[in-house]
Ligand binder design. Structure first.
Ligand SMILES: Nc1ncnc2c1ncn2[C@@H]1O[C@H](COP(=O)(O)OP(=O)(O)OP(=O)(O)O)[C@@H](O)[C@H]1O
Ligand SMILES: O=P(O)(O)OC[C@H]1O[C@](O)(CO)[C@@H](O)[C@@H]1O
Ligand SMILES: [Mg+2]
Length: 532
């Protein structure tokens, strides 16, 4: 594999400053606990910094003059994307069959050589990289600052650029490609399926199938694979859901790979969230163990936007937009009622991105509650006391709550779904009940209307901006597979499209930073106090 020597050259590293308030350090740099001169304490405290910023990095001794170089070396190896040549020395590349100048369908076989056009400059060089972090924080107290070392040194962190390569590692006419969609629904699934099929056909792939109902489709003999072509997928993006169906739970990794072998699948495109990607990575590893030349490429799907390192995941924009209808209805109901209170529950199992963005976009929310920020319902600083204040001063109020918020207030059931995810109690219903009780107890009244639009939001078709995101991600997934990469996923980082090794994006769910400027903006918009 080609390496990126310039990205780790110490000569190109510039000394800059940054830090991170999320790590709970005091805002004054003179009291910064990392400003100690003791080497040992620097090493220990550095670990605290890295625990958040780079969970998989080993301890770094910042007194080592080469620490930056070593950090970048480590980063480069963590973000290296597995390639077929890592395992198959004999894999021979051929010129790409993907060329925009070749616009007419190829009717004949490729016996006479592959169509290529040396004049076309649409290919990505394997050494192209995208900068993962783009802000140069000049002070440890800069809002949202992220740092690696105590001095917040500027360290370039490069990841692989996505897109079509000039050389490909699969002969399109021999390829059987499969697509599977797992987990819950998400706007845009059909757009991604459509683009994968169309792009595979442009490369010249003839055998494309859909695996029905998620990973379950690999083991359930009653479920036949679905032949896919441009004709089949042409209009599927016009409706929500997944043409292929989705499911949670399903067969073991070994059973899935047995099925891949039986079906003769060379490329597997896996659309799903954290769980699905954990599965995709395990499938990739099992294929390597069995020496199967299969490219496994993920496309992150989650309206929750909880995948690490990406600007956003497809479906998120649509979810935020669709949530506006529910929020507006709650607002109108609350505003038109005597002592009206609207409660809207939005999705967000561990992160409150949808709730925060939907609240910000609407400008109609008085209280936004998210999983990352604990709150009390009762007591002098609780949500209910603030609702009383809002009713007294404004006459009505609207609450937006993420499904994962305040779970500590609800009774635990220990129930899990087929994938092992904990089944949550309904925080929206709880807030509605407690609000009614509270106003009764204080001798007042509240007309509480609870709206749960979650499945209506998730079942929507993608909006225009998600449609474009899906298009690019779907195309890049196919380019990644043909380029010979496996165990990777595609994403958008700082508006550029990248390939990332799966483990790096799923080591934990991405959470909203309560110290971020965005959450502060949300708080200024709602005007809510701390509920603790
Ligand atoms: N750690 C894991 N290893 C292998 N497979 C997994 C793992 N976790 C989940 N899966 C499988 O991945 C599929 C989807 O998982 P899950 O239901 O958690 O959805 P998800 O991909 O996280 O999407 P969503 O965002 O909708 O929750 C299931 O079929 C499940 O069995
Ligand atoms: O009801 P289901 O299908 O299990 O999905 C619910 C889950 O899906 C998600 O939207 C993720 O896709 C979570 O926010 C939510 O907990
Ligand atoms: Mg999940």
């Amino acid at each position: 594999m080609e390496t990126l020597s310039h990205a780790i050259s110490p000569k190109l590293l510039l000394p800059h400053l940054s830090s991170n308030r999320r790590h709970g350090f005091p805002s004054s740099s003179s009291h910064h606990p990392l400003m100690s001169n003791s080497n040992s304490s620097r090493t220990v405290k550095a670990t605290r910094v890295l625990a958040k910023v780079n969970s998989q990095s080993s301890e770094i001794d910042f007194s080592d003059p080469d620490w930056k170089y070593k950090f970048q070396k480590d980063f480069e190896s963590r973000f290296n994307i597995p390639h077929i040549t890592d395992y198959f020395d004999d894999a021979i590349p051929i010129p790409s069959t993907f060329c925009l100048k070749m616009r007419t369908p190829v009717l004949e076989d490729f016996a006479g050589g592959y169509p290529s056009d040396e004049e076309w400059h649409g290919y990505i060089n394997n050494n192209d990289r995208v900068l993962l972090k783009t802000i140069h924080y000049s002070s440890p107290t800069s809002a949202g600052a992220e740092c690696i070392d105590p001095d917040c040194t500027w360290v370039e962190q490069w990841v692989h650029r996505a897109g079509p390569r000039e050389k490909i590692y699969f002969k399109p006419e021999d390829v059987k490609a499969a697509i599977v969609t797992c987990g819950g629904l998400c706007p845009g699934l059909n757009d991604v399926i459509r683009q994968i099929v169309i792009t595979l056909e442009i490369y010249g792939v003839k055998k494309i199938v859909g695996i029905p109902y998620g990973y379950r489709g690999f083991s359930d003999k009653e479920l036949a694979e679905m032949p896919l072509s441009r004709k089949v997928v042409q209009n599927i993006h016009l409706s929500g859901g997944s043409l292929l169906g989705v499911s949670r739970g399903g067969p073991t990794i070994s059973e899935i790979v047995d099925s891949l072998e039986e079906r003769g699948i060379d490329m597997l495109f896996v659309l799903g969230g954290n769980g699905t990607h954990a599965g995709a990575n395990a499938i990739h590893n099992e294929c390597r163990k069995r020496r199967l030349k299969v490219a496994v490429v993920g496309v992150p799907k989650t309206i929750d936007n909880d995948i690490l390192l990406m600007d956003k995941t497809f479906g998120f924009d649509t979810a935020v937009e669709e949530a506006q209808r529910a929020i507006n209805s709650a607002y109108i109901e609350a505003h038109s009622a005597y002592h009206g209170i609207g409660v809207v529950k939005l999705m967000g199992r561990s992160s409150g991105f949808i709730a925060m963005h939907a609240s910000l976009a609407s400008g109609q929310i008085d209280i936004c509650l998210i999983p990352e920020v604990p709150f009390h319902l009762h007591g002098p600083h609780g949500v209910l006391r603030h609702l009383k204040y809002l009713i007294e001063t404004k006459g009505s109020a609207v609450v937006c709550v993420a499904e994962g918020a305040g779970q500590n207030l609800l009774q635990k059931t220990n129930a899990t779904d087929a994938s092992g995810n904990v089944v949550f109690g309904d925080i929206g219903v709880y807030i509605q009940q407690e609000t009614k009780k509270y106003f009764k107890e204080i001798g007042s009244t509240a007309d509480v209307k609870y709206i749960d639009p979650t499945y209506m939001i998730r079942a929507c078709r993608a909006n225009a901006s998600d449609g474009i995101l899906c298009t690019v991600l779907g195309q890049n997934a196919v380019h990644g597979a043909f380029a010979g990469y496996s165990g990777i996923t595609v994403g958008i980082c700082n508006t550029h499209y990248v390939y990332l090794p799966i483990p790096e994006v799923i080591s934990y769910p991405r959470l909203l930073d309560p110290n971020s400027r965005m959450w502060h903006r949300c708080l200024t918009s709602t005007g809510q106090p701390d509920f603790i």
